[in-house]
Design a binder for this molecule. Structure first.
Ligand SMILES: [Zn+2]
Length: 128
């Protein structure tokens, strides 16, 4: 979701890749839905999980985020919400890679993980 991470930052041109974006680069049920459409309906053969340094979801715990929003909204959430806060960006990438590699409809796809450094614009590959 980070605005510093764009097609251009990744060296991509329009038409090169589908970007499925969300806070934290998490393989949620909805992100998985988009990846399945990308793979099976549109022919995508490789998936990159890209997280980034200085991510907002690393700066607070799940409870702190919940408290902050509840204070601003003035009411508790009407349905359960999970923010997927994390501490270690590399480990978060590995966790998302594992989710894809163990999914029966995705497991045969090339999956690589990266951390985008918002300071210098470099991508660092993350190995399992
Ligand atoms: Zn982020």
């Amino acid at each position: 979701m980070d605005t510093r991470l764009s097609y251009r930052a990744l060296g991509l041109r329009p038409g090169d890749a589908h970007l499925v974006r969300n806070a934290g680069g998490i393989v949620t049920v909805d992100a998985l839905r988009s990846l399945l459409v990308s793979k099976y309906l549109l022919g995508t053969r490789e998936i990159m999980i890209v997280n980034h340094t200085d991510c907002g979801l690393m700066k607070a715990t799940e409870e702190e985020i919940r408290r902050r929003i509840e204070k601003q909204a003035g009411v508790p959430a009407s349905t359960p919400v999970t923010f997927h806060a994390f501490r270690d960006v590399a480990e978060n990438v590995r966790e998302q890679m594992r989710k894809l590699m163990t999914h029966s409809w995705i497991a045969d796809t090339a999956i690589r993980g990266f951390v985008f450094d918002v300071e210098d614009g470099h991508l660092r590959e993350i190995r399992l």
